[in-house]
Design a protein around this ligand. Structure first.
Ligand SMILES: Nc1ncnc2c1ncn2[C@@H]1O[C@H](COP(=O)(O)OP(=O)(O)OP(=O)(O)O)[C@@H](O)[C@H]1O
Ligand SMILES: [Mg+2]
Length: 148
C-alpha cells in the first residue's frame, strides 16, 4: 500500500461505545492484512485507552466526546485516543503497573502497562484538568509475511 490513510472518530463517553471503538479501529486496520494476534493486540490497547477516557477522563458523562484518530502509513498504524476530561496529576505514578485511582471499581491498574506491551510505541501526555492523549503505534507484519 502506498501513501497515508487517515480516519477520525468521535463518540459519546458511554461504556457501550468501547466495543464499537475497538471494532471500528480493527476494521480500519484490516486493510493492512494483520494476523489475528496483531489485531487482538491492537483491539485490546484501543479498548484500554478508550475505557480510561470514558471512566477516568469523563466519569462516564455521556455529554462528553472521546476522539480516536488513526493513520496508516506504510505497514504501520498510529492511533491516538484523546479526551478533554480530568487529566492526570501524576503521570509517573499513573503508569506504574497495578496503580489505580479507582480500586473500589475493581480496576486492576494494568491498562497503561497493557498498552505499552501490546504496541511498538506508546506515549501518554496529560495535564491536570486539561485532558489526556494516548498515542500508540504498531507495525503490522501482515499475514503475507507468514507464508514467505
Ligand atoms: N484518560 C484518563 N483520564 C484521567 N485519568 C486517567 C486516564 N487514563 C488513566 N488515568 C489514571 O491512570 C490510572 C492508571 O490507569 P490504568 O489504565 O493503568 O489502570 P486502571 O484504569 O485504573 O485499571 P484497569 O485499566 O486495569 O482497569 C487510572 O487509575 C487513572 O487514575
Ligand atoms: Mg484502565
Amino acid at each position: 500500500m502506498t501513501g497515508t490513510n487517515e480516519m477520525t472518530l468521535s463518540f459519546s463517553a458511554k461504556s457501550e461505545n468501547e466495543a464499537f471503538a475497538r471494532v471500528a479501529v480493527a476494521a480500519f486496520v484490516s486493510q493492512l492484512d494483520p494476523t489475528l494476534d496483531e489485531l487482538n493486540d491492537l483491539k485490546t490497547a484501543v479498548s484500554e485507552a478508550v475505557t480510561n477516557a470514558i471512566i477516568h477522563g469523563y466519569e462516564s458523562d455521556p455529554s462528553c466526546q472521546v476522539t480516536i484518530e488513526a493513520t496508516i502509513e506504510g505497514d504501520s498504524v498510529s492511533i491516538t485516543v484523546t479526551d478533554n476530561g480530568h487529566g492526570i496529576e501524576d503521570l509517573e505514578l499513573a503508569r506504574q503497573p497495578l496503580y489505580t485511582s479507582k480500586p473500589e471499581l475493581e480496576r486492576s491498574g494494568m491498562g497503561f502497562t497493557i498498552m505499552e506491551n501490546f504496541m511498538d510505541r506508546f506515549e501518554v501526555s496529560s495535564t491536570s484538568g486539561g485532558g489526556t492523549r494516548v498515542a500508540m503505534q504498531k507495525r503490522i507484519e501482515s499475514k503475507k509475511a507468514l507464508y514467505n
